[in-house]
Design a protein around this ligand. Structure first.
Ligand code: GLA
Length: 391
């Protein structure tokens, strides 16, 4: 666990100078709208106070020197020749960003970088997007490249696709960068139009429970879901030529063509079309100040992710089932790409501590594993915090 001070002093120890740039990159939550982003639907995420802090400076060399403090690993990225993939996933996320900037015509130079924070890796809070957006902000600042935050999000997504090899949607990078204090980002992933909705949950607060089951998005299951949805679009297009993505399809159309879609693709399409509908209901409830109406929709999403989209796992199912039985909780579901990570829960503030203690105890008994709980705050997204200009 690191904070800005420890990252800065590690930078000084390792490179013998003070860093020029300090960047704070955010993890994200998502209230609802899971696996809808690459289907051009809506998502409702926010940036949270789980951070990766970056300290950086130009080094005048022909390579970057990078220290990942949380995992105590050091590596270099040569800037001469074509960028090469590494067997270390984290370095690929950084190299991919450099590769994208080079493609944009940025004349790159060597950077010294130390990063680390309090954002748990592989827990569904998108540490990879924080890594990308934080490093992309460092590079654009160091090389004085003009680029807007939505364009950094797109650049980071392209990097994930082209260099890292993860066919992710835009949600994580967009939320990490564009998050705003106490607001949710309602993002239309087709047009990239967005608006902020106040995260007014009344007597309830957001509690994440980390199952500590680590997922890996490069694994083939995420890719398989992306492909199954594309297959669904191809089939539905034969009947409705206007359908370009599952965003354009309705639940009724999917139900009508169950046989044409076949059992697996049918389930995936039914989930996605239902999830878009649920998201719009959640936005309506929040706008009307009816936080209690949000809860049941989260349980519905979980059931969809478990039974139709099949991206849950027994540990997170347990956490959600337990939450459903607990009087303090009005809604709970698996969050993020799936196959592990965190559940997101809406919990009555006055009983959060009791819920957290109870769920941790039950989880320990069931799986002999220690769950972690986070009462997260919604904050402004990834940004440069400090830049020392030498004259
Ligand atoms: C991961 C991906 C996102 C999104 C979610 C599921 O976090 O990076 O683009 O698809 O899974 O909603």
């Amino acid at each position: 666990m690191h904070n800005f001070d420890s990252i800065k002093s590690l930078f000084e120890q390792r490179f013998g100078s003070t860093p020029t740039y300090e960047i704070r990159a955010c993890g994200r939550i998502n209230i609802i709208g899971e696996h809808t982003d690459y289907n051009m639907g809506y998502v409702l995420p926010a940036a949270i106070d789980k951070f990766i802090f970056f300290a950086g400076a130009l080094n005048g060399l022909d390579h970057c020197r990078v220290y990942a403090a949380d995992i105590d690993e050091y590596d270099t990225i040569p800037l001469t020749g074509i960028f090469q993939k590494s067997s270390r996933l984290w370095i690929n996320y950084l190299t991919g960003i450099l590769d994208q900037y080079r493609q944009q015509g940025v004349n790159l130079g060597g950077l010294d970088v130390v990063f680390g924070g309090n954002l748990p890796l592989g827990s569904g809070m998108s540490s990879s997007a924080a890594l990308e957006t934080g490093f992309a902000t460092l590079v654009k600042t160091a090389f004085e490249f003009e680029i807007t935050k939505p364009d950094i999000a797109r650049l980071a997504q392209r990097s994930s696709h082209q260099f890292v090899g993860v066919p992710c949607g835009i949600m994580d990078q967009f939320a990490s960068l564009m998050g705003r204090e106490k607001q949710l980002v309602l993002l239309d992933c087709r047009s990239l139009e967005y608006e902020y909705i106040p995260c007014d949950l009344g007597q309830y607060e957001i509690v994440l429970i980390n199952s500590k089951v680590s997922h890996d998005l490069s694994e083939s299951a995420y890719e398989a879901r992306v492909e199954e949805c594309a297959e669904g679009v191809k089939i539905l297009q034969q009947f409705y030529p206007a359908i370009q993505s599952l965003r354009d399809a309705s639940k009724e159309q999917v139900l009508k063509h169950a046989d044409d879609l076949g059992p697996t693709v049918f389930k995936r399409c039914l989930y996605v079309t239902s999830e878009n509908e649920r998201l719009l209901k959640v936005c309506e409830a929040l706008r009307e100040g009816q936080a209690e109406d949000v809860g049941p929709l989260l349980f519905e999403t979980h059931a969809g992710l478990r039974d139709l989209y099949e991206v849950s796992c027994k540990e997170v199912d347990f956490l959600v089932d337990f939450a459903e039985q607990h009087p303090a909780v009005i809604g709970s579901r698996i969050m993020g790409g799936g196959f592990g990570g965190c559940s997101i829960n809406l919990v009555d503030r006055s009983q959060s501590e009791a819920f957290i203690a109870a769920v941790k105890k039950a989880y320990q008994q069931a799986f002999d594993k220690e769950a972690e709980a986070y009462q997260v705050d919604i904050v402004d997204g990834t940004d440069l915090v400090k830049s020392i200009i030498y004259s």
